[in-house]
Structure formats: C-alpha cells, structure tokens
Design a protein around this ligand. Structure first.
Ligand code: NAP
Length: 341
C-alpha cells in the first residue's frame, strides 16, 4: 500500500450524515489530510499511535447509528475535552443547526477559535446568532474560518464571491436555496397535493420529520443572514422578511401554468433588503430548476449575471467542506513558503 503524505491533521465534530461523508472523502482521496479525532454526542475517538481506520468507524456508525458502538470510542470524553486536548490543525464543525441560540455548535466554535485552530463549518445556526463575533475571534487568534457549506450545499457560492468575483460590485443575489421546498413545489406543479408531497418527501428522507424550518422559509432566511454577512452587510435574522409555501393554492398553480410560469420559493438579498417569498418565475428563467436542485443567480457590475445550479444538500455537501479545508491548507502552505524567503 502506498503511504499517504499527511500535511494537515483534521478533527471532525458531529459524525452524522455530513460528518461521515466528509470522513469518507478524506479517507478515500489522497488530499494530504488525516483525521486524528472524531466527536459525536455519545463520545470521542482520538488517534493514538497508529492512523485511525476511518472507513471502519464510518461503517460501524452507519450500521448502528452510534459512535459508541465502535471499540475505540471513549464514552467518558466530551467534545469539549477533545477540542481542548487533541493535537490538530483544523476542526470541522458539523453538529445540528439551531437558530434559536446556535448551540451546541456556537460554544464549540468559540472554543476551537480560542485554541487558535482553523475552523470549517456546515452549521449555519451559530453564524445566524454570532457571525461577526466568530469572524472577529478568528482574526484575533490569527486563524482561518470558512463556512461555504452553509449556503447551497455543494454550490461554491461563497468561494466564487470571495475569489472569482472579487473585483465586482454585487447588486443582488437571488435563488432557490432549499431543496425540500423546491421538491414539494415541483410535485405540486405535477398535480399532487401539498400534504401528499410533504409526506412523500419525508418518506424519501428529503424532508425532516419536523419540516417547519423548510416549509415556513426559515431555513432560507437563515442562509440569507450568512450570505449578507459574507457580503459585508449587517443583516440580522429579524431584518429578513419571510413567507413560506404553506399558503400556495391549487388555483395559484393553475394561474402560473396559464402564464407559462412556475412558482418557486426564492431567497433574495440586496443592499437594502432581504426577503424570502414564493415568486412567479418564467419557465425559461435560469432559476426554474426542478426537484431538490438549488439555483443561485448573482447580479453584478462586471460579470453581469451568473447562475449556479447544483445539489443544495446531501452527501454532495462534502464537496464544499473539502473545498474550504483545502483552501485553508493552500493559504498556510503559501504563508510557509513566503516565510522561508
Ligand atoms: N444534511 C445536509 O444535506 C446538509 C447540507 C448543508 C448543511 N448541513 C448542516 O450540516 C450540519 C450537519 O448536518 P447532518 O445532516 O450531518 O446532521 P446530522 O445527521 O443530524 O448529524 C449531526 C451530528 O452531530 C451530533 N451531535 C449532536 N450534538 C452533539 C454534540 N454536543 N457534540 C458532538 N456531536 C453532536 C449528532 O449526534 P446525535 O445523532 O446523537 O444527535 C449527529 O451525529 C447541520 O448543521 C446541517 O444544518 C446539512
């Protein structure tokens, strides 16, 4: 077996669907990354003398749904213990989203940054509550913080804004930022009822058991807050006007069809407003994508208009997280190179 060259030690916090997808990619691809710690609600695994067999841990958790079923799990070790003690370069925080108070992710993120460790997250909850505080904390501690997976899943919207469009003045970003509601609306246009489609989406694992955040537009509202802050706007959740899809009637759908249009739940942000609402969209519009797909249109002065379409959720989200980790790795490598001169 060819030995991997390891240049960056990674810790995974939250070993659910996304945590395991990220672990699989790191284990399967030769990216110069090694997982040296994993924390889940019921315990932690830490690398000791030999590299962790990450695929064996993933398979155990996929079978039993518990990290503690794996013999290496220390059930008396908490996530905080792991953050305080493990020798790592970068933490990936992937615990459940909570937009009421950001926990448990917010406390983990503060702790990681105060330990002067780089941080990547897919969890938008802490960013809705404390975006500025967390980015300031990262700066103070001279570490990097990326959150590309919090908006649009695999769609690299934040890295495009940060690098490819950096000379542009962005005037508006609008799009479909929630796959569950897009799936429900697509099926409603095929003639199925809201209730039937929601139940079907839950059975297929597309909608959560409690779909309130999706249906009422709250999930998109939270994503707009992160997007606004990334654009340098000071938008809090209370500044976002939100309407979900519950009030869309059969008649609304028939009327849209007559005009060759579709109804999509759109999140839209510009300098002076942030809004989530069902909108009539021409069938030919680049945002008129179906099923669980997401689509994001950026309007700006130089590039004019760009639309990105892709998977807004699911294991494809690992792509955005890995992209963030490798971007940080590259920055560190460049800094090391320039320090050698
Ligand atoms: N799923 C997607 O497609 C997607 C896309 C973009 C962003 N995200 C975001 O990414 C994050 C992870 O999503 P997911 O789908 O992987 O969720 P998930 O399957 O529910 O995984 C979250 C994991 O975190 C664990 N956890 C809970 N409290 C913890 C604690 N105090 N310490 C350590 N671990 C803890 C959970 O354990 P228990 O199961 O025991 O509670 C679970 O294993 C969420 O914030 C989500 O919003 C998800």
């Amino acid at each position: 077996m060819v030995q991997k060259v390891v240049e960056m030690n990674i810790v995974i916090i939250g070993f659910g669907n996304i945590g395991r997808s990220v672990a699989k990619v790191i284990s399967e691809k030769d990216l110069g990354l090694e997982i040296v710690g994993i924390a889940d609600r019921d315990g932690c695994i830490v690398k000791e003398n030999t590299p962790l067999d990450v695929m064996d841990i993933v398979e155990t958790v996929e079978k039993t749904k518990k990290l503690s079923s794996h013999p290496l799990t220390k059930t008396d070790m908490t996530t905080n213990d792991l953050i305080d003690s493990v020798d790592a370069d970068l933490f990936v925080e992937m615990t459940p989203t909570n937009i009421e108070n950001g926990e448990p992710g917010l406390s983990f993120m503060r702790r990681i940054l105060n330990r002067k460790k780089h941080l990547v997250t897919s969890n938008k909850g802490p960013l809705v509550i404390a975006y500025r505080e967390l980015t300031d904390l990262a700066k103070e501690n001279k570490v990097l913080f990326r959150c590309g997976a919090t908006i649009g899943g695999a769609i690299p919207i934040l890295s495009l804004i940060r690098s490819g469009l950096s000379g542009n003045k962005i005037t508006k970003i609008k799009g479909i930022l929630n796959g569950t509601t897009n799936y429900i609306l697509t099926k409603m246009f095929e003639g199925k009822s809201f209730d039937y489609t929601l139940k079907e989406a839950q059975e297929l694992g597309i909608a959560e058991t409690n779909p309130t955040y999706d249906i009422e537009g709250i999930d998109i509202g939270a994503k707009l807050v992160v997007l606004a802050n990334e654009l340098g706007l000071n938008t809090g959740f209370n500044n976002v006007k939100i309407e979900g899809i519950k009030n869309i009637t059969k008649e609304d759908i028939e009327n849209a069809k007559k005009e060759d249009k579709v109804i999509k739940l759109i999140g839209e942000i510009s300098k002076n407003s942030a809004e989530v609402s069902p909108q009539l969209i021409s069938k030919n519009d680049s945002l008129a994508v179906d099923g669980t797909l997401n689509a994001i249109k950026i309007e700006c002065d130089l590039a004019k208009e760009i639309t990105l379409i892709g998977h807004g959720a699911g294991e494809e989200t690992a792509s955005a997280i890995i992209g963030d980790i490798l971007e940080i790795k590259k920055v560190i490598e460049n800094e090391n190179k320039s320090n050698n001169f």
